[in-house]
Write a protein that binds this ligand. Structure first.
Ligand code: BES
Ligand code: ZN
Length: 590
């Protein structure tokens, strides 16, 4: 489907990439990938082909045995550099040789000290949204899909894994060559691989967990219920389309909770807490197998189609496994995350719309809980307008009709009007999709699980902080919600009481710490600063550390510590995380 993607130089009128054969060699000393890629196009190119790159060096280019002279345009902060290939003269394939830069946005090169084992270096990719172009020249738009073959050449004794089917492995001269094949077509943002000291364990005939040897036991235990989730997801959305669902638990610097790389979800180790209470991240990434990876947003302007639908599917899977109350509670928590994001943007800001023009905007600057939770609320609104049965039948058709395709918000609206006209009539689509803030008819999510939390919050307001016994029966989502709803400024006495009642000094759940430290710092509870500084250095997941770092930057008493803290921890963080921290410092002129 042709659509204009403001974040890509690709011109799909020229031709579209359909298959790539990669050969990538990892050099940990230089922090560099040296690669060749053979591209096959959907049609012969008459004249010119434009590709996306960022921080790449093009070593050579050829088509039909003839050298091409590649032209790199001037760097744009958002799109990177256009690579223009001229004189293709009807060729429908071409070959490029290239080298990445040590600062490539899609790559994080870890020293042995930054891994759990401490023995070997580690490399992982994170391409979403627009970073694949820092690994290889491509049409880096989610509207272009291709299959691929790949060889990853790594130093022995490292292992390489990829979001693809492993085919083979050979060893010689101190190097190992792993080969992969991806038979299902993917957009560039789902290209993914990693290398390091990686072991694995089977959880079911189609599910395996990969992790460093030190974390494998705990990871395998934590993720043991994945097959049950997969079975529920198949009941809801049809047969699993990617054959295998494996997971890779990354070192702590991984910047996200999870990333839905097909066949191989990437996961933060912060979900491995010993009680399986954070595995909703798995339900989420698994759900992307249908909503996102199979039916894909055409551009990042349509991101809600990926994340809103996936948040909806995540909660349906969890509802089937844990019951409706639990799903409602998660929805309340999500709604509050969304409201805080809208507070930060301003409730009439463009970033609070589900869809808006992102020309000249870095998608990473506007990605937020809005797409997830306003998108989720919109879909629940549609569901409640027509009843679940009709909505589920619609969802089935939506997925079946758009398999392995990319779709715009407008195409979704057209499909909805045709296939679920009652919903399109009863719900104000224009205000939900294109207007800022949250529409007045947003669904609410009543549950007694929340009432318990509200009553303890009320007592606190009345001057009676909770006791250990008062919250002993709460599940993880309830505690998280309680922390989310706490006033942002507390007295020191209240801080100490809460720290004790919720065992915050010893909790293994960094997500709790994140919520708590944000409040504690804003409340000038100075005792927590070492814990906060430790967290910001130890964890990479942005959802966890950015609120804490933001609080350190904003509170006057801790502000002088912000820049030195950043300088101390930056070398351990992912390029994306470093950029986000720099933005926070810049906001305060630091
Ligand atoms: N696809 C996202 C992660 C992402 C989004 C990476 C945008 C880069 C740009 C992934 O599926 C996701 O949403 N992860 C969440 C999981 C949570 C909502 C359960 C996360 O990382 O916290
Ligand atoms: Zn997601």
């Amino acid at each position: 489907m042709a659509s204009h993607d403001p974040h890509s130089y690709a011109d799909l009128e020229q031709a579209a990439i359909r298959h790539v054969t990669f050969d990538l060699r990892m050099d940990f000393g230089q922090r560099q990938l040296a690669g060749t890629a053979l591209y096959e196009l959907d049609r012969p190119v008459q004249g010119t082909l434009d590709l996306d790159t960022r921080d790449l060096t093009i070593v050579s280019a050829e088509a039909s045995g003839r050298p091409l002279s590649p032209e790199l345009g001037s760097p744009d902060p958002i799109r990177g550099q256009r690579l223009r290939l001229k004189g293709l003269h009807g060729a429908s394939s071409f070959k490029l040789q290239f080298v990445t830069s040590p600062g490539a946005n899609a790559l994080q090169w870890l020293t042995p000290a930054q891994t759990a084992g401490g023995r070997q270096p580690f490399l992982f990719t994170q391409c979403q949204p627009h970073h694949a172009r820092s690994i290889f020249p491509c049409q880096d738009s989610p509207s272009v899909r291709f299959t691929y073959d790949a060889t990853l050449d790594v130093p022995s004794p490292l292992a390489a894994v990829m979001a693809a089917a492993p085919i083979g492995r050979e060893e010689s001269g101190g190097r190992r060559r792993f080969t992969f094949r991806m038979p299902q077509s993917i957009p560039s943002y789902l290209l993914a691989f990693a290398a390091g000291e990686i072991d694995s364990r089977d959880l079911s005939p189609r599910i395996r967990v990969y992790a460093e040897p030190e974390t494998l036991d705990a990871a395998a235990w934590e993720l043991a219920e994945t097959e049950a989730m997969l079975a529920e997801a198949e009941k809801l959305y049809g047969a699993y389309p990617w054959e295998r669902y494996d997971m890779l638990v990354l070192p702590p610097s991984f910047p996200y909770g999870g990333m839905e790389n097909p066949r191989l979800t990437f996961l933060t180790p912060t979900v491995v807490v010993g009680d399986r209470s954070l595995t909703n991240v798995i339900a989420h990434e698994l759900a992307h197998s249908w909503t996102g990876n199979l039916v894909t947003n055409a551009t990042w302007e349509d991101f809600w189609l990926n994340e809103g639908w996936t948040t909806y599917a995540e909660r349906r899977i969890l509802e089937a496994l844990e019951g409706e109350e639990s799903a409602m509670l998660r929805a309340i928590s999500g709604r509050l995350l969304m409201a805080r994001a809208m507070d930060r943007f301003g409730w009439d800001a463009d970033a609070t719309r589900l869809q808006f023009s992102q020309a000249g905007i870095d998608p990473e600057d506007v990605i937020s809980h809005v797409a997830y939770e306003k998108g989720y609320s919109f879909l629940v609104r549609l569901e409640r307008a027509v009843g679940r049965q009709a909505f589920d039948a619609f969802t089935h058709r939506y997925i079946a009709d758009h398999r392995f395709q990319s779709i715009t918000t407008e195409a979704f609206v057209a499909f909805l009007r045709r296939e679920l006209p009652q919903a399109a009539r009863r719900v104000d689509l224009k205000s939900w999709l294109y207007e800022p803030g949250l529409p007045a008819d947003a669904p609410d999510f009543p549950t007694p699980l929340m009432d318990a939390v509200s009553s303890v919050l009320f007592d606190l307001q009345e001057g009676h902080p909770p006791t250990k016994d008062g919250v002993a029966q709460w599940n993880t989502t309830q505690i998280y919600l309680f922390l989310q709803y706490l006033p942002r400024h507390l007295s020191l006495k209240e801080c100490r009481a809460l720290e004790d009642a919720l065992s915050l000094k010893t909790t293994p759940i960094d997500l709790f710490l994140s919520q708590w430290l944000e409040i504690a710092i804003q409340s000038e509870y100075r005792d927590v600063l070492p814990v906060a500084e430790d967290l910001v250095g130890r964890v990479g997941r942005m959802l966890i550390i950015l609120p804490v770092f933001r609080a350190i930057v904003q509170a006057e008493w801790s502000r002088p510590r912000a820049r030195p803290l950043f300088e101390r921890v930056r070398s351990g963080h992912h390029p994306i995380t470093v950029r986000a921290m720099e933005n926070l410092l810049a906001l305060q002129g630091l």
